[in-house]
Design a protein around this ligand. Sequence first.
Ligand code: 13P
Length: 249
Amino acid sequence: MSGSVRCLIAGNWKMNGLLAESLEFVRQLADNPAPEHVEMALMPPYTLLYSLSAPLADKGVRLGAQSVFYEHGGAFTGSISPEMLRDTGCHYVILGHSERRDIIGEGSELILKKLNASWESGLEPILCIGEHLDEREAGRTNEVLKDQLSVLASVPGDRALTVAYEPVWAIGTGKTATTEQITETHAFVHAELKRLGHDCRVLYGGSVNPANARDILACDGVNGALVGGASLKADSYMALVEAAASVNK
Ligand code: 13P
């Protein structure tokens, strides 16, 4: 990362959001509320991408998707290509989220195909990594993260990339990692990325909310947050942006 790094507040709506309430969410956002050092992005479900694209752009919020298929077109019933995401105005795509690894069974081989297809189409992937509780308790966190990051070993270091460290036990549980755990793990992730020839932002995710966001975002090595539940309401999302705005490092 050369120069100053913008703090990214990315909202992953997961399988939430219908059209009317989502347009109301955007209407409630302030106009361009983020200072220069904060970037806003939202990842609604596929069904809302096109409808929210222009309204979000008007508010200074970047658009992202929650997944993508690795082929560029053809007979792949039910799949969405990277070009289709670009066509709706997406800049980001989330890949490797633990819900897709654990529920859908996505593994490293598939994630690498999706990474490459995303880059070929000009999308910036947000690659999610994170350990389960039993892995942390067994002292295996770094080993798990290293394995998940190894998909980047063959990838040129100049690719647009953001990584999100999301301990699986902190997702949707109200249980955040301590600031010590976050600082220590982010240092490891940055070092591992460097060893693999990459230098990019590392977001934290897992039960981030307006009450804890400032402390988390102030941790060394934290370059933003990937937020689920607390990004679903406009006032809560705006409070996260305000927390990021108050951190200057
Ligand atoms: P929560 O913020 O709801 O814990 O979800 C985190 C997450 O999985 C974001 O991708």
